[in-house]
Structure formats: structure tokens, C-alpha cells
Design a protein around this ligand. Structure first.
Ligand SMILES: [Zn+2]
Length: 253
């Protein structure tokens, strides 16, 4: 546990990355450039001034409205920034200023983008999923995981969901889950290893079933895509996975 001034720095850094993730979430599925043009109001297209572009704070000072036309700006933007800031702060507290923490944060940032893109468009861009496999493999050379465990994790992650995908298709002739989910779990495996794959799959299935059941119960229209649950399961593993596994094994034996 590392509770010090570094938490504030990690928080600020996370918020800035979150601000960039908003751009990624909005533009990547539309195949727009991530660098140009600069952020603008989606309503009146006025450029967002630098002083209003401060993560979370800018939104609160403007009370969620565009400075130029007064149009409402979705609360999604500060939410993504705050979520990314919280993840960065949490990783600092758990892992300190280590290479491991930096790699976990890379994964976390990618998963935040994946979650919201999947919520909006029901797709997971290959640049994030397959890109994640590549980054996870590369990162394993400098983390305790090691490249063999990373490669095995990617294979188990991609392989297990691919088997589910093929089996479901063979039985129903329909796509139960997207190939994007298959590639995403391969990326999670490359970052975290095969134990994390099993943990993520289990957690995602349970939370997915609970939330899916609840959304039917409350008659919510929007289906929550599986990718969002995989992302949640993976981050749960990063913070509490080994502890939860130990607790679970302790209670069943
Ligand atoms: Zn505007």
C-alpha cells in the first residue's frame, strides 16, 4: 500500500489520459484521426479552449455546458476521466511507481476505451484487441509474468472463447458472442496470464448473467455487451484476483 503524494500525481495523470481516452472512444470507431482536429463542441463545433479542457474540473466549472452555445455536454466525458483517474490512483496505491504498475495502467486505459466503444457500437476495434495482444506480449519481457506465461495466456484466452464461439455457432447457427470478445480475452491473457483468463471468464459470466437478468427484470432496453464484463473481470483480477482466488479455494476445501 502506497498512500502518499504520489496518489495525487497518479490521479492527475490518469485524468489527463482519461481525457485522451474520450477522444479515442469517440473517434476510433469512426476511423477519424486521433490527433486532428482539436477537441470541439459536437453541437456548435466551436473549439474547446485549453482552460476549459482541464479534465473533470473544466466540466464542473462550465456545469456541463458548452461555453459558446450552451449545449449540454454528456456526463460521460468527466465520468471516463474520473474512472481513469481512480484506476491510476488505485494502481499507485497497490503497486507503487513500478514497471508493473505502468503495464497495468496501459491495460486499464485500453479496457476503459474498449468498454465504452463496445457500449456505444457493440464492436471492439482490432487496434485495441489485437494491439493489446502485441503490447501485452512485449510488456511481459519487462514484468515478472515473463513471455512464456504471456504467450500461454493469450492462447488460453483466445482459444477458450473461440471454442465457445464455434460451439455456439455450430448449435444455433448464430453468433452468440463477437470475435471481438475472443480477441479481447487473448489480449487480457497476454497481459495477465492464463489464471487471469479463467478468473476473468468466470467473473464476466457471473456479472453478465446478474446484470443481464436485472436488465430484463427492469425492462432496460440497452444490452450490456460482453466486452464490458471482460474488462471489469480483468481489472478485478489486477487488484484482487489472487486474493479472491485464495479465498475461494479456502472456502471450498
Ligand atoms: Zn457548443
Amino acid at each position: 500500500m502506497k498512500l502518499d503524494a504520489g496518489v495525487a500525481v497518479a490521479c492527475a495523470f490518469g485524468a489527463v489520459v482519461g481525457s485522451f481516452l474520450n477522444v479515442v472512444i469517440h473517434r476510433l470507431p469512426r476511423e477519424e484521426s486521433l490527433a486532428f482536429p482539436a477537441s470541439h463542441c459536437p453541437h456548435c463545433h466551436a473549439r474547446i479552449r485549453a482552460r476549459d479542457n482541464v479534465p473533470v474540473v473544466g466540466y464542473l466549472l462550465l456545469r456541463g455546458r458548452c461555453r459558446d452555445c450552451g449545449a449540454r455536454i454528456g456526463c460521460r466525458y468527466p465520468l471516463v476521466e474520473a474512472l481513469t483517474a481512480a484506476l491510476a490512483a488505485g494502481l499507485w496505491v497497490f503497486f507503487g511507481g513500478t514497471v508493473q504498475a505502468a503495464v497495468y495502467f496501459t491495460l486499464a486505459a485500453g479496457l476503459v476505451a474498449v468498454t465504452f466503444i463496445d457500449l456505444d457500437h457493440m464492436i471492439i476495434p482490432d487496434s485495441l484487441s489485437l494491439g493489446g495482444v502485441a503490447v501485452g506480449l512485449l510488456a511481459s519481457f519487462v514484468t515478472p509474468l515473463g513471455w512464456k506465461a504471456s504467450l500461454l495466456g493469450a492462447a488460453v484466452g483466445g482459444g477458450s472463447l473461440l471454442a465457445v464461439y464455434l460451439a455456439y455457432y455450430a448449435v444455433t447457427r448464430r453468433e452468440g458472442l463477437g470475435l471481438g470478445d475472443v480477441k479481447l480475452l487473448a489480449a487480457i491473457g497476454a497481459f495477465l496470464g492464463w489464471q487471469a483468463v479463467l478468473f476473468t471468464l468466470f467473473t464476466a459470466s457471473v456479472t453478465g448473467a446478474v446484470v443481464g437478468g436485472a436488465s430484463v427484470g427492469f425492462r432496460l432496453r440497452q444490452a450490456v455487451p460482453f466486452g464490458a464484463f471482460l474488462a471489469f473481470g480483468a481489472m478485478l483480477y489486477v487488484f484482487w484476483g489472487p486474493a479472491l482466488i485464495q479465498w475461494y479455494l479456502g472456502t471450498v476445501s
